[in-house]
Write a protein that binds this ligand. Structure first.
Ligand code: NI
Length: 197
C-alpha cells in the first residue's frame, strides 16, 4: 500500500522514506524460503523492535488474521503477534518475543488457515490448552495460557519461528485436498520471482 503522496509539489520520496511512512508490511506467501527457515532469537529490545511489532499488528488486522509471525513479513526473528479477542484492539493484543512452550494439555481437532496460504484451510490436531513463556517488547519474561483458538494460534505461530508451516504434518486426506492449490502457489511464486530478477 502506497503512502499518500503529493507528486505535484514534492519530489518522489526515496524507498527509505516510503518504508518509514508505510505502516503495512508485505506478506510473504508460500513457498517463500523465509517461511521455511528457523528464525533467530531477538537480542535488541529497542525502538526498532517496538516499531516492527506495531507494524505487524497493523498488517495482521489488515489481513484479517488472528496471528502473525515475523518470518511472514520477511523478518527471520523470533517475534509473534496475536489477537484472538472479539473486541476492539488493543484489547487482546499479545506480542511474544523469543516464545517457548512451557506446557500443553489435551487435544483439539479443527480447521486451520494461514495468511501465507490465502484461502486454504485444513483440519489439524493441536493441543487444547497451551502455556508459553516469552519476553515482551521491553525484554521482560511473562507467561501466557491460551485455550481453544488462542492455543491453536499460539502453536501455529510458534511453528513459523521454527520454519514450519501448517500444511506440513497433515493427515494424508487433508493434504490431498490442498495438493493442487499448493502446486499452483509454487508455480505462481516462481513466476513472480522470475520477473523480479
Ligand atoms: Ni500462519
Amino acid at each position: 500500500m502506497m503512502a499518500q503522496a503529493s507528486p505535484d509539489f514534492k519530489p518522489k520520496p526515496d524507498a527509505a522514506t516510503l518504508a518509514a511512512e508505510d505502516p503495512v508490511l508485505e506478506l510473504r506467501k508460500y513457498p517463500d524460503p523465509v517461511l521455511m527457515a528457523p528464525a533467530q532469537p531477538v537480542t535488541e529490545f529497542g525502538p526498532a523492535l517496538k516499531r516492527l511489532v506495531a507494524d505487524m499488528f497493523e498488517t495482521m488486522y489488515q489481513e484479517r488474521g488472528v496471528g502473525l509471525a515475523a518470518p511472514q513479513v520477511g523478518v527471520s526473528q523470533r517475534i509473534l503477534v496475536l489477537n484472538c479477542a472479539e473486541k476492539q484492539p488493543p484489547e487482546g493484543e499479545l506480542a511474544l518475543i523469543n516464545p517457548e512452550i512451557v506446557a500443553t494439555e489435551g487435544e483439539q481437532y479443527g480447521d486451520e488457515g494461514c495468511l501465507s496460504f490465502p484461502g486454504m484451510y485444513a483440519k489439524k490436531r493441536r493441543p487444547r490448552k497451551v502455556t508459553m513463556r516469552a519476553q515482551n517488547t521491553e525484554g521482560e519474561w511473562f507467561e501466557v495460557t491460551g485455550e481453544g483458538l488462542l492455543a491453536r494460534a499460539l502453536v501455529h505461530e510458534l511453528d513459523h519461528l521454527n520454519g514450519r508451516v501448517f500444511v506440513q504434518d497433515l493427515e494424508l486426506v487433508e493434504f490431498i485436498k490442498l495438493r493442487k492449490e499448493l502446486e499452483q502457489m509454487k508455480r505462481e511464486w516462481k513466476r513472480e520471482h522470475a520477473r523480479a530478477r
